[in-house]
Write a protein that binds this ligand. Structure first.
Ligand code: GAL
Length: 777
């Protein structure tokens, strides 16, 4: 038996000598992944989680035979860990973002054993990214799962399969403790069908089903090793595909593809990165299926295998990256840790078809010829097939890497998204990629003013427009997917960088639709500045901007057709789907027989201008153009005010004031939205998964909570208090009572159970109690 698991670890802050043997009487029981310190969502001190923490696990195991080894693997511990096995010191190791594996059989005994892990999460200037300042946090803990495997003494590690679009396969692995009678066999499966079984490490298969972003088809490789010490096998999922960054763009399987995506920090509310598989998968799903991106950058460190596996499964391309942030140290220890991280990152990630390049240069760092030359060599030795990427925030620098990536923060919404790549002088003749933009240049809170949220979306859209305009640019990745916690020197003094296209709870901001509206696989239509006139200066009804992939939209007022509007290709020439501007709110329904026919057109325009730009904006030109018609109409100011109410605001009239926008594709109505003064409100919930499965560890679900009006629009500025209560084997992560503005989400985790059970989350609000049911297996 081997009852080692991620459940039921003893945990205590600090370390005392007697803990070495697992003697931790006052410890609390926790499950891995674990955050030693739960922080508030915002406003805390990054020193709060930096310290020493001790974890201990007692478990039973059968006698380990002479021809077996026991391998203990921590997928990640932040940042260093000293491990004791039954009191024997296994030394201190750096992990951070890469696995820590130890062979521990010599100190295990039949029956009861214990493992003690002393985590040191202090920022250490000998380890990247530390030494300078950093715009992200490195939360403490054993924050990814841990495994203990007992396997034959002769086993293999670092297996690597490369498979291309022609069906050519090349496999390698390193045999540990080889014997004279080792034999390796490779089996390739397509689903359950055996496609090939061979002893050759290089071979081909006919007409492979390719892996790509729309059809991420995965095969399975099973490597079997038979030796004098027994049989050992391992399965690796892989895909057949060709990836090439060129001077003229990015190609997947020979097809040009504009990379369009976002950067991701592995930062969830309260617990930093300490959430298991489902949460990691949920993030990949959001980026691909909600935001419609085809690429993500794991800024700025290697991320969880669960995240990457999901990217493989759903066809989300990945640019991964070495830990770092702007700073490069001259210290040998720091540089050795850079090489260590680089090696470990590539060994961990090179089988993922989704990973298209390695970011080998510390994000936005200065040139360092020696460091990066050696880094280049390490990367290409471990993986001769993938091009490396170097991200900088300036246009001239030495480019040792294969791809010159630059963070272009030059954008604004109206005129300019990206600089002409010709102005980038570094990396002559090399592929160009924009790895960041926007971010701190236009930090936008989820609960910011509507104008700012709109502007934020337009800035992202302008960058996308320019990424298409400059055909040779491989693509662009916006900064960033989700708001994240940061060091005190950054953010809004609240320890949050509000740079995400979604908040830290994963609720999308308007800017998410800049990306989502460019897709073709799903209808998207979002009005990023709803017509709540009181929300804007001067009570104006600004032209509505609709981010959509519809062919056109039609505007209706109280059910009456106003006008049809088409994408604004004039201002947004290069986008696959230009936004649609609704700038005429009277349209075809102008019916004022008292106004003479020859001046009706001018009066209608005059009313539209007054409603959308305001009277105060009238220029001499406007007076010259519309003045005579206005005088001829003999309209009094109150009469004009009445028409404004009738056609725009509804003020002074006892009728509903419902604006309806309908989206059409191929002349069929495919979606609609309506906006009107609201009086009735309700909560709505979206649950990422209702069945929580305890497997290697606990499971989580995200419940997105929206406060909506009767037209199903978010009551964006609502302020509510919510209480959570659970029954059954689940728990809420974070506080059980929260105050929110607008939408939020809550993460719920399962507890260990012996048999399947039902559980409920009760959400108590001023409107009553809602119950969400879960099954826990
Ligand atoms: C970049 C940096 C990112 C983040 C971003 C904020 O310079 O690479 O990590 O700090 O700025 O906009």
């Amino acid at each position: 038996m081997n009852d080692f698991s991620n459940f039921g670890w003893k945990f205590i802050k600090g370390f005392k000598d007697e803990y070495k043997t697992g003697d931790i009487r006052d410890g609390e029981l926790v499950d891995i992944p674990h955050a030693p310190v739960e922080v508030p969502v915002s406003y805390f001190d990054e020193k709060d989680y930096q310290g020493i923490f001790t974890y201990a696990k007692e478990f039973k195991i059968d006698r380990i035979k002479d021809n077996e080894v026991a391998i203990l693997t921590f997928e990640a511990i932040m940042v260093k860990a000293r491990v004791y096995v039954n009191g024997v010191d296994y030394g201190e190791h750096v992990s951070g973002w890469v696995p820590l594996s130890l062979e521990i059989q010599k100190d295990l005994k039949e029956g009861e054993n214990n493992i003690v892990v002393v985590v040191d999460s202090k920022e250490d200037e000998n380890i990247p990214p530390f030494g300078g300042s950093i715009d992200y946090l490195t939360f403490a803990g054993i924050y990814r799962p841990v495994h203990l495997e007992v396997i034959p003494k002769t086993y293999f590690k670092n297996a690597y399969i490369h498979a291309d679009s022609k069906g050519k396969i090349k496999i390698s692995q390193e045999i540990v403790n080889p014997t004279k009678r080792d034999s390796i066999n490779y089996q390739i499966f397509d689903g359950e069908k055996l496609v090939k079984s061979t002893k050759d490490a290089e071979f081909g298969i006919e007409k492979p089903h390719l892996w790509d972003t729309n059809d991420p088809h995965l095969y399975r490789l099973i490597i079997e090793l038979n030796s004098e010490n027994g049989h050992y096998e391992k399965e690796i999922k892989f895909g057949f595909r060709d990836v090439k960054f060129t001077e003229h763009g990015f190609f997947l399987n020979g097809q040009k593809l504009k990379l369009l995506g976002l950067n991701r920090h592995q930062n969830y509310p309260y617990v930093g990165p300490s959430l298991p598989k489902s949460a990691q998968e949920d993030d990949a799903n959001i980026i691909k299926f909600d935001f419609g991106c085809n690429v993500v950058r794991t800024s700025h460190y290697p991320q969880s295998e669960d995240f990457l596996n999901r990217c493989d499964e759903i066809g989300l391309l990945v640019l991964d990256e070495i830990p770092g942030w702007q700073f490069v140290s001259k210290k040998a220890s720091w540089r050795n840790n850079y090489y260590f991280f680089l090696r470990e990152m590539i060994l961990k990630e090179r089988n993922h078809p989704s990973v298209i390049s390695y970011g080998t240069r510390i994000d936005e760092s200065d040139d360092d010829h020696d460091l990066y030359s050696k880094g280049y060599e390490i990367a290409h030795t471990l993986d001769p097939y993938r091009q490396t990427l170097g991200v900088r925030n300036y246009k001239t620098s030495e480019c040792i890497e294969d791809i010159y990536a630059f963070n272009d923060f030059s954008g604004n919404s109206i005129y300019h998204g990206l600089d002409d790549p010709k102005s980038v002088k570094g990396g002559k003749g090399k592929p160009k990629l924009v790895t960041e933009n926007n971010g701190h240049m236009f930090s936008t809170k989820y609960f910011d003013h509507a104008d700012r949220r709109k502007e934020n979306a337009l800035r992202h859209l302008r960058v996308i427009n320019d990424a298409y305009k400059y055909d040779d640019i491989c693509g662009e990745l916006g900064w960033c997917a989700f708001d994240y916690n940061t060091h005190k020197a950054f953010g809004s003094n609240d320890h949050i960088c509000h740079h995400g296209v979604a908040n830290i709870f994963r609720n999308p901001k308007e800017s998410a639709y800049a990306f989502a509206s460019q897709r073709d696989d799903k209808i998207v239509m979002e009005v990023i500045n709803p017509p709540y006139v009181g929300d804007y200066s001067e009570n104006l009804l600004h032209p509505l901007i609709v981010l959509t992939n519809c062919d056109y939209v039609e505007l209706f007022k109280n059910g009456e057709f106003v006008k049809r509007f088409y994408p604004n290709k004039k201002d947004w020439l290069n986008l696959p789907h230009a936004p649609i501007y609704i700038d005429d709110f009277i349209g075809e329904r102008f019916n004022e027989p008292q106004i003479k026919e020859n001046i009706r057109g001018k009066i209608k325009d005059l009313l539209n201008i007054a409603a959308t730009r305001g009277m105060a904006s009238f220029t001499i030109k406007d007076y010259i153009k519309y003045g005579p018609a206005f005088l001829k109409s003999k309209m009094s100011m109150p009469e004009m005010g009445f028409l404004m109410g009738k056609y725009f605001s509804g003020q002074g009239l006892d009728v509903p004031n419902i604006w309806q926008v309908k989206g059409f594709k191929n002349d069929k109505e495919v979606t609609w939205k309506e906006f009107a003064p609201a009086t009735k409100f309700h909560y709505a919930y979206k649950v990422s998964n209702n069945v929580l499965e305890n497997k290697e560890t606990y499971d989580v679900a995200r419940v997105a909570i929206s406060f909506l009006d009767e037209y199903e629009n978010e009551a964006h500025y609502s302020q509510n208090v919510i209480n959570f209560e659970t029954a059954g084997p689940i728990e809420v992560i974070g506080p059980k009572q929260i105050a929110i503005i607008g939408d939020t989400s809550v993460y719920v985790r399962s507890k260990e159970t012996k048999s399947p059970q039902k559980a409920t989350l009760k959400i108590k609000t001023s409107l009553g109690v809602d119950t969400i049911e879960f099954g826990v297996k």
